[in-house]
Ligand binder design. Structure first.
Ligand code: ZN
Length: 150
């Protein structure tokens, strides 16, 4: 598959998740929730999580109002983190941040999030992609609020 084909495919994934986000609902029974906002773009989101007995994430959902990048990122994120430990999620969040800043995604655990690697070409959109992750980590760490400005 050529680079251009891959690029088109990735755009399709983002458009699909932006239009029909997965897990885009409030979780009825949740252990933690946190909100995030990205004043740069006007994106807002809220994440709900249910923990595993070990403190990882059994289920994660979100609601977002904002651009397609932020909605698609929340959708891909909630699919990627389910069933992972807190440590794995922190590591994944770090590598995801690195990926959207540099476009590099050598780590196989980032494969399902790779469609967002192209965001690095648009520095002003990086915060759109990381916003749901800020909210997720805030929920995981027991903080109620997150901002993309950190
Ligand atoms: Zn945005």
């Amino acid at each position: 598959m050529s680079f251009d084909e891959l690029r088109d495919l990735y755009q399709e994934v983002i458009l699909d998740h932006g239009r029909r986000p997965r897990n885009h609902r409030r979780l009825e029974a949740f252990d933690a929730t946190a909100k995030g906002d990205n004043p740069m773009c006007g994106d807002r989101c809220q994440v709900w999580i249910r923990r595993t007995p070990e403190g990882g994430i059994a289920d994660a959902t979100f609601e977002a109002r904002g651009c397609a990048i932020s909605v698609a990122s929340g959708s891909l994120m909630t699919e990627a983190v389910r069933g992972r430990s807190a440590g794995e999620i922190h590591a994944l969040a770090d590598r995801f941040r690195e990926m959207v800043r540099t476009g590099q995604h050598a780590d196989p655990s980032l494969d399902t999030l790779a469609p967002l690697a192209g965001v690095h070409e648009y520095p002003s959109r990086v915060k759109c992609a990381t916003l749901p992750w800020h909210a997720l980590l805030a929920a995981l760490d027991g903080k109620g609020e997150a901002t993309s400005e950190r």
